[in-house]
Design a protein around this ligand. Structure first.
Ligand code: NAI
Length: 466
């Protein structure tokens, strides 16, 4: 029987990163993955393909609507959806192949098949070619998550789809109805809207982004509505009537009045649930939380069973690739005898709409609920020179800092490339910085990042340009 020090089940960003870190630290590592390609949901059907589609659709939108402002006249701009989707597949293949390369480089043994626990040190791997049992001192469950379904909305992959299918629609829908105004709904809604679909989003809650800052959520909503995305907030889907070439989604408005929303494709994007099926958890004694996630000690990632650990979407916390990666690194370091730690207060959130929405820390309402007194500084992208040069002036930065100590409590960016700028806030949070620390850090001119600095200056009312 093959024996390892560290075996990871699931090769998503949590699992494969953890495997590499463990190998770097001298452990003998194996990784088990049932999908033929490595990288999990994120690389195969999630973060990466959706970003490729967002970038392509943004180029198309720019060519059609924005280049003329730069004096570039692109006539007869046409969409070649087949090529657009093929480019996305190429991007996905390259990043997945990259993970393969990293497994070989770090001498991690890869097993293709479904892993199931048979004891706290043994895993049975089932594949097309049969069954094999391997032994490992430590077993890491990093099996991720799958889309949540709504009863009565049976996914057929054509008219009723999840994100897995919505990254591959063979034609631009005439009317895409999205259930759930979460990250997936907004990102894939943006893609198909830019490519020409009418998009209606039905959402149970009253606002975007859950408990995130209300004013910034409303700001993002206005921008998306301005792009033609139609939101039905506080609407509850009740049932579905599937016809040959259309689907009627029955919803109730906030007063309970019924309403029919008719579209040709319905995307169900109401969240994801941990993937724990057929893992043998119960049989070996791994416990689940009430919400079906694997129960772990939040510092050590230990499950109820010695030698078995879990990280990523399958345990509590936000279902974000970078959260899983950091848990994977911390766990490998702890098992290798070092100290490992994840700072959950400094995890950035990003929604890759355009402009992008990104934040770290608390929003105003969350601070109020905790009775924390705070100061606010804001700055707009329209007063930034680089934004003007780019012709991308929509957006705002909002900084929230402790009223007495000036320590940063929240930082929100809605603006061009917010995704690449938010990490300034991440680093500041990691180092326990104050708003003044950000304001007194030299920011290069002319860059978009100056808006972050201006908002930090505005906390104590000395913003220079706004
Ligand atoms: P989500 O949790 O972000 O949003 C789901 C939305 O659906 C919520 O607003 C919820 O109120 C609404 N909802 C739930 N049931 C509903 C119903 N019956 N009718 C109408 N609305 C309903 O989940 P989403 O967008 O499916 O994404 C899944 C996971 O993937 C999330 O945890 C997210 O963090 C992650 N993800 C992250 C991305 C990023 O970081 N950029 C991109 C895509 C996904």
């Amino acid at each position: 029987m093959k024996e390892f020090d560290y075996t990871v089940i699931g090769a998503g960003p949590g699992g494969y990163v953890s495997a590499i870190r463990a190998a770097q630290l001298g452990l003998k590592v194996a990784i088990i993955e049932k999908r033929k390609t490595l990288g999990g949901t994120c690389l195969n059907v999630g973060c990466i393909p959706s970003k490729a589609l967002l970038d392509s659709s943004e180029e198309y939108h720019k060519a059609k609507h924005k280049l003329a402002d730069h004096g570039i006249l692109a006539k007869d701009v046409k969409l070649d959806l087949k090529t657009l989707l093929a480019r996305k597949d190429k991007v996905v293949k390259e990043v997945c192949d990259g993970v393969d390369y990293l497994m070989n480089k770090n001498k991690i043994q890869r097993f293709l098949g479904h892993g199931k626990l048979i004891s706290n040190t043994e895993i049975e791997i089932t594949s097309e070619s049969g069954t094999e049992v391997i032994k490992s001192k430590h077993i890491i469950l990093a099996t991720g998550s799958v889309p949540i379904s709504i009863s009565g909305f049976e996914v057929d992959g054509k008219q009723i789809v999840t994100s897995d299918h919505a990254i591959n629609l063979p034609e631009v829908p005439k009317h895409l109805v999205i259930i759930g105004a979460g990250v997936i709904g907004l990102e894939l809604g943006s893609v198909w809207s830019r490519l020409g679909a009418k998009v209606t989003v039905v959402e149970l809650q009253a606002k975007l982004f859950g408990s995130a800052d209300k004013q910034m959520s409303a700001y993002a909503q206005r921008l998306l509505e301005g792009q033609g995305i139609n939101f039905l907030f506080e609407h509850k889907v009740t049932s579905l009537d599937k016809k040959k070439d259309k689907v009627v989604v029955k919803v109730n408005d906030p007063t309970g009045k019924p309403l029919d929303v008719e579209g040709d494709v319905v995307l169900v994007a109401v969240g994801r649930k941990p993937y724990t099926e057929s893992l043998g958890l119960k049989e070996v004694g791994v416990e689940l939380t009430e919400r079906g996630r694997i129960k772990v000690d939040t510092h050590t990632f230990k499950t109820a069973v010695p030698n078995i650990y879990a990280i990523g979407d399958v345990i509590d916390g936000p279902m974000l690739a970078h959260k899983a990666e950091d848990e994977g690194i911390a766990l490998a370091e702890m098992i290798a005898g070092q100290s490992g730690h994840v700072n959950y207060n400094a995890i950035p959130w990003i929604v890759y709409t355009w402009p992008e929405v990104a934040w770290v820390g608390y929003g105003e309402e969350e601070l109020q609920a905790q009775g924390i007194e705070y100061k606010v500084g804001k700055s707009m992208f329209k007063s930034n020179a680089r934004s003007k040069a780019m012709n991308e002036t929509e957006g705002q930065v909002k900084v929230l800092a402790d009223k007495k100590t000036d320590k940063l409590l929240g930082l929100y960016i809605i603006g061009p490339r917010a995704s690449d700028m938010i990490i300034e806030a991440g680093v500041a949070f990691e180092f326990g910085a104050s708003a003044e620390d950000l304001a007194r850090t030299v920011h290069p001119h002319p860059t978009l990042s100056e808006v972050v600095r201006e908002a930090a200056m505005a906390v104590d009312k000395w913003s220079i340009h706004s």
